[in-house]
Design a protein around this ligand. Structure first.
Ligand code: PSU
Ligand code: MN
Length: 305
């Protein structure tokens, strides 16, 4: 394993896997600190780790706890993170700040990618990526996840881009950034709570083995930058577009009325959609993260064969 700074703590299971060249899957933690309420967040995090182990890979949940950058959390640490009230939500801009100030923080997709690459972890599972927000033409609110995907060489498995975003613009920025956007067994871009959309997927592959072969060619070409594997939510867990879009519109109107902007946007919308759907959005969210964890583990295993 590469030499890591002194403020990094690699969990023994993850260290052992990296040293023996065994498959590892990174997991983000903003979904724990800002994406779901307690105790659903910690139950989700444990269940997702179990899915990865069951597929023959080692999970590495990434977070900052009291200024220590954790790569892999123990059971007590996961519980502690899930309970932190004032956790920061960190990306490329502020990961160093959280560490230097001794804070606790959930890592976004962008920050998790940075840490995964630093540790030599090739594959990362999440729910949905950040993207171009609706109204970005005036607010300029475009997630740092997109530029990170353009520069950091990690495979991110997600259920597409959330319908709270401007999904066509998100796809355009991914193209500009040179991100390989791969639909897993789908011809359209999945839209988080729904398995498809009216947007054509740029590239399609139907097996973890083919995704692994694609990545090996990208490696040989030394392209750098990330791959986004868009994995549709399982059919039984979907929320029909007309239902979820109603909740999104209500949440967005409330957000505008309350003047919420910046980092608070995604957590606010997720929380309101959770309340408006009486928990249904959360159940779908958990199902799709587990589904992504399974595919990410299969890709990690394929990369090592
Ligand atoms: N997907 C979820 N829940 C979340 C997020 C994604 O189901 O909480 C988080 C991810 O950590 C993602 C972040 O990186 O939202 C994007 O935030 P922003 O739009 O502020 O960049
Ligand atoms: Mn933003």
């Amino acid at each position: 394993m590469t030499h890591l700074p002194s403020f990094v703590d690699v969990h023994a299971d993850v260290r052992n896997a990296l040293e023996t060249n065994a498959p590892v899957v990174a997991l983000e933690s903003t979904i724990i600190t800002h994406g779901m309420p307690f105790p659903d967040n910690v139950e989700m995090a444990r269940a997702v780790e179990e899915e990865i182990r069951a597929r023959g890979a080692i999970p590495a949940t990434i977070a900052v706890l009291d200024g220590v950058l954790k790569i892999g959390l123990g059971t007590d640490e996961l519980e502690a993170l899930a309970k932190v009230k004032d956790a920061l939500k960190i990306s490329r801009a502020d990961i160093g700040y959280a560490i230097s100030q001794g804070k606790s923080a959930g890592t976004t997709v962008a920050a998790t990618m940075i840490v995964a690459q630093m540790a030599g972890i090739r594959v990362f599972a999440t729910g949905g990526i950040g993207g171009v927000h609706k109204g970005a033409e005036t607010s300029f609110d475009i997630s740092a996840d997109l530029t990170e995907l353009g520069r950091t060489d990690v495979i991110v498995v997600a259920a597409g881009a959330k319908a709270i975003l401007d999904v066509p613009k998100t796809l355009e920025v991914l193209e500009t950034q040179g991100v390989s956007v791969v639909g897993y067994r789908t011809d359209t871009l999945p839209a988080f709570w729904t398995s498809g959309s009216d947007l054509d997927i740029p590239l399609r592959l139907d097996s973890a083995a083919e995704i692994s072969e694609f990545q090996k060619v990208r490696d040989a070409l030394r392209l750098g930058g990330g791959m986004l594997v868009a994995n549709p939510i399982p059919a039984g867990d979907e929320i029909p577009a007309e239902i979820i879009n109603g909740y999104i519109a209500t949440a967005q109107a409330e957000m505008a009325a309350q003047g919420i902007s910046g980092k608070a946007v995604t957590p606010f919308l997720l929380q309101r959609i959770f309340e408006l759907s009486e928990g249904r959005s959360l159940r779908s969210n958990i199902a799709l993260v587990k589904n992504n964890a399974r595919l990410a583990a299969d890709i990690a295993v394929a990369l090592h064969s």
